[in-house]
Structures are given as C-alpha cells and as structure tokens.
Ligand binder design. Structure first.
Ligand SMILES: Cc1cc2nc3c(=O)[nH]c(=O)nc-3n(C[C@H](O)[C@H](O)[C@H](O)COP(=O)(O)OP(=O)(O)OC[C@H]3O[C@@H](n4cnc5c(N)ncnc54)[C@H](O)[C@@H]3O)c2cc1C
Length: 450
C-alpha cells in the first residue's frame, strides 16, 4: 500500500476541548500545527457537556476533596483559572456574569456556551494556518530520523507517515475501551454504562507508555453519575437528563437491604462506589421533598427544570412509590431487595455491609442521612453507575510535559485534558477547566519546543 509522508511542527491528537485549545494556542504562537481527530467530527465529550467551567477555588478545598492528588498540578490549575476564563470571555461566546458556587458541593465555576467556543477554537486554528484532519487514527509513534517523532496514521485514504517535533496527547481518557478498563480498573464491573464520546479509548495513554512514560493518579477512579436502570434511549444528548445528580439527598441500598457509602458526599463519588459492588445496582430512596426540589432542579444552567424520576420511569427504570416507608419496604421486597434488612437499615442500622467492606475509598454511611426521608410519598429508583472519563492517566508536570518512568520530562511530548492522571483521584475537580488550562499550557510549550 502507498504510504504518504509529511512533516509539521506540532501534532495534536484529539479534537475535544484540550486538543482544540492546545492546537489553536500553538498555531497562534507561530508553530505549524496538525490536529488529528479519530472521529468524523470534532468536539469529543466537551461538545456533550453541560458547559460548567469550574474547579476547586482554593488549595484548601482541593486538598480536602482530593487528599492524594497532585498539589503542584492543582496549584497551576487554580492559578491559571481566571486567565483562561478571561480568554473564553474574550472570544465573545456566552459566559455567565455570575459564578455558580457549591458545584459538586465545593467547587466554583461559570456556565459558558461550550459548543460555540469549540467552533471558535476551530476557526481560530484554521485562520492561523493550522490543519485539521478528521477520521484519522494514530497507530504508533516512535523516534524519527528527521524530527523528534514519527507517527504512523490510519486514514480513510490509506496509511500515512507524519514527522513532528512535538506531540500533544489529548485523546480524552480510556473509558471507551473495555479492554483498558479491565486492565487498569479491575474492581469496576465490565458492563458499566458509557457516558462519554465513544472515541476516547486509551490511545493517548497507550502511545505515551509505548514511549516509556509513567502513569499518575489512581487509574481505578473515574468521573461519572448514577443513571436510572434499566434505561432505554440513553443517547449522548440525554446523558445529563438521566443523571441522578441529587442522590446526596437520599440513601442508596443494595439488594441485601444495606447502605454502603455516605451518600452526603455526592453523586460522583457514589457512582464510583456502586461500580465496585457485584452487579452494580442499587435503589436510590428519597422523599417527596427531595423529588420536588433537588430531583427537578438544574444542576447546571443548560437544560431547565426536569422531573428526573418521571423521565427515568418513562424510559424503563425499575421503581417503587408508597405513602409510608413500611409500604416502600414491601414494594422493594417484591423487586428483590432483602426486606428484613432494609427495615433495619431504615431504622438506623448502618452496620457495615458485606459489600461495603470491599470499598476502600468510600466513607461509611451515617444515620444522619436518614433524616432526609420524612415527607410522603416515598420513592425508590433503581440506579447503575456510568463512566464519563478516567481520572488516572499519563504523568505530566505543571508545564504539561509528559514524564518518563525515570521521572524526567520527555522532550517534545505533552498531554492535556482527560488523558492526564493525578489531578482528580476519586474526588473530582472538574473536566472542562483543567482541559482548557492544560491545553493552553501544552500549546505554548509545544510551540516553544519546536
Ligand atoms: C454529559 C457530560 C457532561 C459534562 N459536563 C461537564 C461540565 O459541565 N463541566 C466540566 O468540567 N466537565 C464536564 N464534562 C467532562 C468534560 O466534557 C471533559 O472533561 C472534557 O471534555 C475533557 O476534554 P478532552 O479534550 O480531554 O476530551 P474530549 O473533549 O472528550 O475530547 C477527546 C477527543 O479525542 C478524540 N480521540 C480519541 N482518540 C484519538 C486518537 N487516537 N487520535 C485522534 N483523536 C482521538 C476523541 O474522539 C475526542 O473527540 C462532561 C462530560 C459529559 C459526557
């Protein structure tokens, strides 16, 4: 087969937020840039997102949420946050005037029109002379005789060889690869639901490790939300509608009738806890007060009020409703939950469940949470975990330089966005803002390395 050959200064892998930002910044800095996107269209998970540009506002809040996280990386994200937010405002796309506080219980952020902004970055990259190729997948990368790297590409038109002095890895994590999930997160059930773009299947991590680089963070941890179960029509535009963001206002019980985590810590943590249970199913129990407030409110300003229970039920979720907690126990008994134990659980038994003993990271349940069940009627909705992106990944330093297994930066190799590991770890401090900030840094550094 004919193999075309070409060269450029910077190759960016991935056309989501981190990749488009890195490519546009590198092109603005004067580098010749080629952005490769594996799917037919750009945007990645960023284009499916709620557009909340948020992170931990202070190092103190960061350390409380991610005690084992990379402090140097977090400092850089927190320091650069305002500057990157201003550059989004300067693009002219919608950015909210007022901050949203308490994002995921501790964060601070601003809603913005993420789709319009991705379009802005694409246009800016092309204006600066950058090239964008979609439907192209990098098969391997190694050392080049003429430049630092040689990439072998599979494209619809055939194979191609691309030589470059810098690579930015921004392929969005490894959540879409069942084989990588089985290898890196053995505690998570294989059948976990994917709440992500389908292209982020570990290519960045594989390419980096093939060049002798290190991983960082806990590769078994991930970001996602609880989704009703069973669920029909779980298409990307409905990812957020089926997410049960308000689970911290109820209790979660497994089939043995026991709770297994402190629900007040937030849905993104409960989601990871549930993924470790055999069968990965639980019932979320809540009352009318929660249903009519947190159950319908919009966690991010993007899609208005919605009755999440009603929508879940319309799309096949197993559920129960009763005027008393006793009645709810009986109804859940008919759905296979261990009735006698559930009755004890609702009476305040927070004894560690056999399932819970396997959960190393989660906090144990507290009886205080039961006080949230007081206004009839009472509801139970079956839920399952879902994976949006992986939190462990490629090791980088605060200049987005990829670190090798000996602890030194690999000259010319950078990573940004959900491909990197160590910033979030079980505790989650945002996806879009870290992707943008590290994309900006990687773009500047990659241009300077050429
Ligand atoms: C429903 C939903 C809601 C969300 N809401 C928010 C929110 O409000 N706030 C927030 O902070 N975060 C949110 N997130 C997370 C956020 O979208 C991600 O953290 C962010 O998009 C990561 O950016 P990225 O560029 O690293 O990855 P992505 O945006 O996913 O882009 C990665 C791209 O790389 C491509 N790719 C993969 N492999 C290759 C390859 N070999 N070669 C070329 N290209 C490749 C993929 O196809 C994809 O297009 C949400 C995510 C989802 C799914």
């Amino acid at each position: 087969m004919h193999t075309e050959s070409g060269s450029t200064d910077v190759v960016v892998l991935g056309g989501g937020l981190a990749g488009l930002r890195a490519a546009s910044v590198a092109a603005d800095a004067g580098a010749r840039v080629t952005l490769l996107e594996k799917q037919r269209s750009l945007g990645g998970s960023a284009a499916l997102s709620a557009g909340m540009f948020w992170t931990a506002p202070t190092m103190e809040s960061y350390e409380t949420r991610v005690p084992a996280g990379d402090r140097a990386l977090a400092e850089r994200i927190i320091d650069d946050y305002e500057r990157d937010l201003e550059s989004i405002r300067a693009s002219g796309v919608f950015v909210a005037d007022a901050a949203t506080d308490d994002v995921m219980g501790f964060g601070r952020g601003f809603s913005f029109d993420v789709k319009a902004y991705l379009g802005h970055l694409e246009a800016r990259l092309l204006e600066a002379g950058g090239e964008i190729r979609t439907g192209v997948r990098v098969r391997t990368a190694d050392r080049s005789s003429t430049h630092r790297f040689r990439l072998l590409l599979d494209a619809e038109a055939g194979e191609a060889e691309l030589h470059a002095d810098a690579i930015v890895l921004a392929t969005g994590g490894f959540q879409a690869s069942p084989a990588d999930r089985a290898a890196w997160m053995p505690d998570v059930g294989e059948e976990i639901l994917l709440r992500s773009n389908p292209g982020s299947a570990g290519d960045g991590l594989r390419l980096a490790t093939s060049l002798g680089t290190a991983t960082a963070g806990d590769l078994g941890t991930f970001y996602g939300h609880l989704i009703s179960h069973p669920v029909t029509g779980f298409t990307p535009e409905r990812f957020m509608l089926f997410s049960q963001y308000y689970s911290d206002h109820g209790i979660l019980v497994a089939a043995d009738g026991r709770r297994f985590a402190d629900e007040s810590r937030g849905d993104e943590l409960l989601n990871q806890d549930l993924a470790q249970l055999d069968g990965m199913r639980a019932f979320l129990i809540f009352d009318q007060q929660t249903r009519s407030t947190h159950g319908v409110s919009e966690p991010f300003a993007s899609f208005g009020l919605i009755d999440r229970l009603e929508l879940a039920v319309e799309h096949g979720a197993r559920h129960a409703v009763a005027d008393t907690l006793d009645g709810l126990v009986a109804a859940l008994g008919r759905l296979g939950v261990e009735e006698a134990q559930l009755r004890r659980t609702l009476a305040g038994d927070v004894g560690i469940s056999g399932l819970a003993t396997r959960l190393s990271r989660s906090a144990p349940p507290t009886s205080a949470q039961l006080a949230l069940l007081r206004t009839a009627p009472f509801y139970a909705l079956e839920v399952q975990p879902a994976i949006t992106f992986t939190l462990g990944g490629i090791a980088i330093d605060p200049r987005s330089r990829v670190i090798d297994v000996a602890g030194s930066p690999v000259v010319g190799l950078f990573a940004a966005g959900a491909d990197i590991g160590g910033l979030s770890s079980y505790g989650y401090v945002g996806g879009l803002a870290p992707a943008h900030i590290l994309g900006s840094i990687a773009g500047r550094e990659a241009a300077a390395a050429c």
